[in-house]
Design a protein around this ligand. Structure first.
Ligand SMILES: [Zn+2]
Length: 317
């Protein structure tokens, strides 16, 4: 699972990304120890898992960033590999900067996370009555989760703005913070940040795989049935317009969030697979096809000469 694949770019050098050299080094490591297969091979192996080599590897790229077209596509083409790309509809089709990305770029722009946290709490307390939201202190108590990547202050900012506050309030605050800390020209920023529909079509025509990643990149499990259905139907419409065959519909859950409702909706709409962010090796013989786990790019080394990690040893037996 990859997200940003880019070298540090001022003024957003703090964006957490796999840099291009390390990306290529990781592809070397993967070339040495794995067999990169196409998503269509995985779909065909649903009924015959033995058809896939035991070290089969699918490369997935979430969020539809421009560098997936500019950097990743040529890197994969040089190796004759397929990548699977999962853009969210609102970013690609309506040139909206997704709230998840607004939060990332606000965080990357803030040299002082404590000051940003203060500002976020002040905004929450200023607007909470209008939206019937709890105050910042109560929200903080509600957040018991720990992250393997983010310190508590950063995780609080992310979760408050991604999930804990009411949806319309979160969106409003993300807008305000993005304008304050990053830019007032959202459409131009989106043009720089995301692939276009034409680029997605070109990638699909180049035998890359394209799947769904929600309309607005919400935690699907936090949405009701109808809201989830709208998110999924928007993805289906985008995939149809890109030319993805109905039998090749795959959903990659934003934030890895899904519920039984999500899986039922996807089955009903002819989707074949669902990808989560649970960190584990996928086994088509035993795993539920709608909640397949993935390794993160941080779970594998970034050079061909690196000693085998535990994940790779498990695959090679
Ligand atoms: Zn995502």
């Amino acid at each position: 699972m990859y997200h940003y694949v880019r070298d540090p770019r001022p003024p957003f050098s703090a964006i957490k990304a796999r840099d291009v050299k390390a990306f290529d080094g990781q592809l070397d490591y993967i070339a040495r120890h794995y067999t990169v297969v196409r998503m269509q091979d995985v779909l065909a192996a649903q009924s015959v898992p033995e058809a896939l080599p035991s070290n089969a590897c699918v490369l997935t790229f979430d969020d539809g960033y421009r560098e997936h077209f500019e950097t990743v596509l040529p890197a994969l083409q040089r190796r004759r590999w397929q990548g699977s790309f999962f853009p969210s509809v609102a970013s690609v089709c309506r040139r909206r900067v997704l709230d998840v990305n607004k939060i990332q770029f606000v965080l990357a722009s803030a040299s002082d996370v404590d000051a940003l946290e203060h500002r976020v709490c002040a905004l929450i307390d200023e607007h909470r009555e209008q939206f019937g939201a709890p105050d910042a202190a109560a929200l903080r108590r509600e957040l018991t989760e720990r992250s393997r990547f983010d310190p508590p202050g950063v995780l609080f900012i992310k979760r408050a703005l991604q999930r804990l506050l009411p949806r319309t309030m979160r969106s409003r605050l993300c807008d305000m913070l993005f304008r304050e800390w990053v830019t007032t020209d959202e459409a131009a920023f989106a043009d720089q940040l995301y692939v276009s529909v034409a680029e997605l079509m070109a990638m699909h025509a180049a035998d890359m795989f394209v799947g769904g990643h929600g309309e607005t990149h919400e935690w699907l499990a936090a949405l009701d049935h109808d809201e989830q259905a709208r998110e999924i139907d928007a993805c289906t419409a985008l995939l149809d317009s890109v030319g993805v065959a109905p039998a090749e519909r795959v959903m990659c859950y934003p934030f890895g969030s899904w519920s039984e409702v999500t899986c039922a909706l996807l089955r009903d709409r002819g989707y074949a697979l669902g990808l989560t962010t649970r960190v584990a090796l996928a086994d088509l013989r035993t795993d539920d096809l709608f909640t397949l786990p993935r390794l993160d790019t941080n779970d594998l080394p970034v050079s061909a000469e690196s000693p085998l990690t535990e994940w790779t040893r498990q695959v090679l037996g």
